[in-house]
Design a binder for this molecule. Structure first.
Ligand code: HEM
Length: 407
């Protein structure tokens, strides 16, 4: 890593294993010396400090899209479906779509999913508890969120593998510098996904069921409805976002616990810690590390290391959530895992208008899945014969390749 504090420039390859295997020491240095910096590999200004990331997430002067700004030149999305995605809209379109989707989402009453999620977790443990060694990521962390979101929407759970394949191919283009091959594969997957959903939505229109998809089809407020394109994009967003991050909180979280046996046994003996423990795992090894924003109107921002930075309209900036969650100005001993941490305003679910719509569902899954894992497998340990666990070469989505354990 090369950090030029005076010139506010950073050279750091996010695909260098020395960085992405453990980005937190680099973040520590950047936070200390230069928390607003031009990251050359990303070719944009990046914000690392908690206060600024939080402020920008909530600011209406920054947005996920320039589409609402008259005359603005905006970058074409790599995937056509993103054009109608809630995540890539700003008010007034965002307000309208979010209200319609949230209405249907809340109507599903997330808390009522508790018994189903518990049963699913127990069934998965039944299949692994007698094995000598097992990859916890493939057998536990991955199936939970994908089965839950598929069932919630009303998509057959036998399609889980197909949903995972489409999603993984699509999200690869959100990493830095996707290859032509990855772009082609992502577009092919998105086309297949859209084709499948168009047919599926058609069937649900004729034959509504008690599921989120039928509710989204029927969603109406003040005579307003989702268009067909919005409906398809929303289903894809929910299905992909519904599992891509949660799996990594279970995987990264389980590894963090196995590496901190004192915390692991503390949680086992104090189930009342579950809520704060899940929040701490979300913070400690942040599953989604970086999100971008467009500057919607010219502005000058204060730079904590000194001076100011001019940001003209149309500039793209990045917010490094993973670093903000380790900012010592906000978190006491950020590199320590403390399941009882009482002050924990982590930004793992974002903030402001785009605050994660699925946060209550993700929290519920985590508050069920991890305690069941700890309770059902009292001798759970890392399988040292499999070598040190390593993280995938996907900086944005921070997750393990595999997590080999002895149940
Ligand atoms: C631990 C798991 C999860 C994490 C860490 C996470 C994180 C995030 C973050 C950071 C954002 C905001 C992005 C931005 O501001 O640019 C977001 C948005 C979103 N998430 Fe999640 N998410 C998780 C699980 C879920 C689940 C389970 C669902 C769906 C069921 C979901 C659906 C969404 C949707 C629809 C948005 C877009 C909201 C909008 O633009 O208004 N997420 N998520």
């Amino acid at each position: 890593m090369k950090l030029d504090v005076e010139g506010r420039r950073l050279r750091l390859n996010p695909r260098d294993p020395a960085f992405y295997q453990d980005p937190y020491p680099s973040y520590g240095r950047i936070l200390k010396d230069c928390p607003v910096v031009f990251w050359e590999e990303f070719e944009r200004w990046c914000f690392f400090g908690h206060r600024q990331v939080d402020t920008i997430l909530r600011s209406r002067r920054f947005g996920r899209s320039m589409a609402q700004i008259e005359g603005a030149v905006t970058r074409e999305p790599i995937l056509e479906v993103d054009r109608h995605s809630l995540l890539d809209m700003e008010p007034p379109s965002h307000t309208r779509l979010r209200r319609l989707v949230q209405g249907a989402f809340i109507a599903r009453r997330i808390e009522e999913l508790r018994p189903r999620i518990e049963r699913l977790c127990h069934e998965l443990i039944d299949q692994i508890e007698r094995r000598h060694e097992v990859d916890l990521l493939a057998t536990y962390a991955t199936p939970i969120p994908v089965v839950v979101i598929a069932e919630l929407l009303g998509v057959p759970t036998q399609m889980s593998q197909q949903l995972l394949d489409w999603s993984h191919a699509m999200v690869a283009v959100y990493e830095l510098g996707p290859t032509d091959e990855q772009i082609v594969e992502a577009r092919r997957s998105a086309d297949e996904f859209v084709r499948f959903l168009r047919g599926y939505v058609e069937r649900r229109r004729r034959d509504p069921r008690d599921d989120l998809l039928s509710q989204l089809i029927a969603a109406e407020e003040d005579g307003d409805r989702l268009t067909e394109d919005e409906l398809i994009s929303t289903c894809i967003l929910l299905l992909n976002a519904g599992h891509e991050a949660t799996v990594n909180v279970i995987g990264n979280g389980a590894l963090a616990l196995l590496r901190h046996p004192d915390q692991l046994s503390k949680w086992r003996s104090r189930p009342d810690l579950t809520r704060s423990a899940v929040e701490e795992l979300l913070r400690y090894d942040t599953p989604l590390h970086v999100f971008h924003r467009w500057v919607l109107e010219d502005q000058v921002v204060h730079v904590p290391s000194g001076g100011e930075l001019e940001l003209p309209q149309g500039t793209e900036v990045s917010l490094v959530l993973g670093a903000a969650n380790h900012d010592p100005a906000v978190f006491h001993e950020p590199e320590c895992i403390d399941l009882a941490r009482s002050k924990n305003p982590h930004l793992s679910f974002g903030g402001g208008l785009h605050y994660c719509l699925g946060a209550p569902l993700a929290r519920l899954e985590l508050q069920i899945a991890i305690p069941i894992l700890l309770e059902r497998l009292p001798a759970l340990e890392l399988d040292s014969s499999a070598g040190e666990p390593s993280w995938k070469n996907t900086y944005h989505f921070r997750g393990l390749d595999a997590l080999w354990v002895r149940p």
